[in-house]
Design a protein around this ligand. Structure first.
Ligand SMILES: Cc1ncc(COP(=O)(O)O)c(C=O)c1O
Length: 490
């Protein structure tokens, strides 16, 4: 074994780090054992001779050997040092992977998103508002003021339901703009809808209970429900929203139904008033709750937003989830749950057990942002901006893709979807687009079981109207190439 070569060529995994000679030799020998260059029972040189060969201090070699003996990769027999008999190449790496798998519960071993393009600008990234248009100086002033007013007492664990000022500002805002019926006592501040969903999944159903979700539907909700070990039944969606059949109600009654009535995620349909009433009545009949995820209703273009389901009847069996991720910015991590009156005390008790709260300053800043009218002003500006971007996207699609795709769901929110021709595979197209800086979420990835739709979600909030043609041209090229390939293959 040429130890000099081994030592010289060793590339530590974090090559930016400057390693001591000891750590370098240790890492180099460890890697050689794990990848099979030094096989089980192979005898290593004595510490003096290896030190001389490598031109390092003997202590350096002693350190490396001792460390590897402690890890069980080397054994000493009298004065000689050998690779441990039980070591076979790759075993430790495999063990590491296996023990990681063993350490993580099966509940948590869900499929992660294939890519996480957050952080860098990617055209058509759904679910992210126009970050560049957020009034940062105004927000900074609210945050600074709220920190200045904070007392030492408020550095303690905060109220698990959230800051009273924010809860009441949200209650007032929802009552006037969303037609909900509530008091601040029914509002619980969370770290966003994702957390609200996790709390609801644990609070409202036991492992194995059936719950419904829209199919296709929001992946974040699907993951939360699966993580709570619930039996998740996908319910098809039509142009009026979630469309459960009589058989669904009779044979698979749910503990709760997750739905996005104001702007179905991802297809964008708006649930009709008849469908809303019928869903409420049927839920009441079977004793189910409805989780209404009202994630982006503020951006409706065909008129004022339809009132929330929560306010349609007195004491509706609805938990209304709201978030500031789309209206303000996702990193804020503030959302809320509005629970029926009869559940507020139980939620309070449950949250005290496991969901201690803090970040009072952010909550108070947000309360001021709402009370001072900055929120309403920002929404007004963003509604105009998103309408212009949506219009630019629709006309670019018509120009470059014509009849080859069908557009759905552009009347509200900050995304729309396009349905692709059958021979065009949305997964393949989405992958090819990524290489060109365009992220278009494939609809088939949002299916709960049977893939019912083949298409792409296009988030337009961050794409300037004058840039829209450029990105849609890329989209069109990739879709056309994908269609031609598929046609020639068949
Ligand atoms: C349907 C839906 N609900 C909720 C959210 C927001 O979740 P959060 O408040 O955790 O950011 C998103 C974000 O993409 C979403 O698409």
């Amino acid at each position: 074994m040429d130890y000099q070569l081994l030592f010289d060529q060793y590339q530590p995994a974090h090559s930016g780090l400057r390693l001591s000679q000891q750590r370098r030799l240790y890492g180099c020998l460890r890697e050689a054992i794990l990848n099979g260059h030094l096989v089980a029972d192979a005898k290593l040189p004595g510490t003096r001779s290896l030190a001389a060969e490598l031109n390092v201090a003997r202590n350096t070699v002693l350190y490396a050997y001792e460390q590897l003996v402690t890890e069980g990769l080397l054994q000493t027999q009298g004065s000689s040092t050998r690779v441990a008999k039980g070591v076979c190449a790759g075993r430790h790496l495999v063990d590491e992977a296996n023990s990681a798998t063993r350490a993580i519960s099966t509940r948590a071993q869900l499929t992660p998103w294939p890519v996480d393009p957050h952080g860098a600008f990617t055209a058509f990234m759904p679910g992210v508002p126009s970050l560049a248009d957020f009034p940062l100086p105004l927000w900074r002033r609210c945050v600074e003021r709220s920190w200045r007013k904070l007392s030492h007492k408020q550095l303690d664990y905060a109220d698990v339901a959230g800051e009273p000022e924010l809860r009441s500002a949200i209650a007032d805002h929802l009552t006037t703009t969303r037609g909900v019926r509530c008091t601040a006592a029914q509002i619980f501040i969370t770290d966003g809808t994702q957390q609200s969903l996790g709390i609801c999944a644990h609070a409202l159903a036991n492992a194995g209970n059936t719950v419904w979700i829209e199919n296709p539907g929001y992946g974040g909700a699907f993951q939360s429900l699966k993580a709570a070990e619930l039996h998740v039944r996908g319910i098809a969606v039509d142009e009026q929203g979630i469309a459960p059949s009589e058989s669904d109600w009779n044979n698979f009654p749910p503990k709760f139904i997750y739905t996005t009535p104001s702007h179905q995620f991802p297809l964008g349909s708006v649930m009709s008033i008849e469908r809303r009433m019928s869903l409420i009545e049927s839920a009441q009949r079977v004793g189910a709750l409805i989780i209404e995820d009202d994630y982006d209703s503020e951006f409706r273009r065909d008129g004022p937003p339809l009132p929330a389901m929560q306010g349609l009847v007195e004491d509706a069996p609805v938990i209304y989830l709201g978030t500031f991720s789309k209206t303000l910015f996702p990193a804020l991590r503030i959302g809320f749950m509005l629970v029926p009156k009869g559940l507020a005390t139980a939620f309070y008790g449950m949250l005290r057990l496991g969901h201690l709260r803090g970040r009072s300053a952010d909550q108070l800043a947000l309360a001021e942002f709402l009370r001072a009218g900055h929120f309403a002003q920002h929404l007004k500006k963003m509604r105009r901006l998103y309408a212009a971007r949506r219009d630019a996207l629709v006309s670019a699609i018509e120009k470059y893709l014509g009849d080859s795709v069908t557009i759905y769901g552009g009347s509200s929110g900050i995304h729309l979807t396009i349905a692709l021709a059958e021979q065009c595979n949305d997964l393949v197209i989405s992958q090819a687009l990524l290489a060109q800086g365009v992220y278009a979420q494939p609809l088939s990835k949002l299916a709960t079981d049977k893939v019912l739709r083949n298409g792409l979600m296009l988030g337009y909030a961050q794409v300037d109207a004058i840039e829209m043609d450029k990105y849609v041209q890329i989209l069109a090229q990739v879709i056309k190439a994908g269609t031609v390939c598929a046609t020639t293959e068949t």
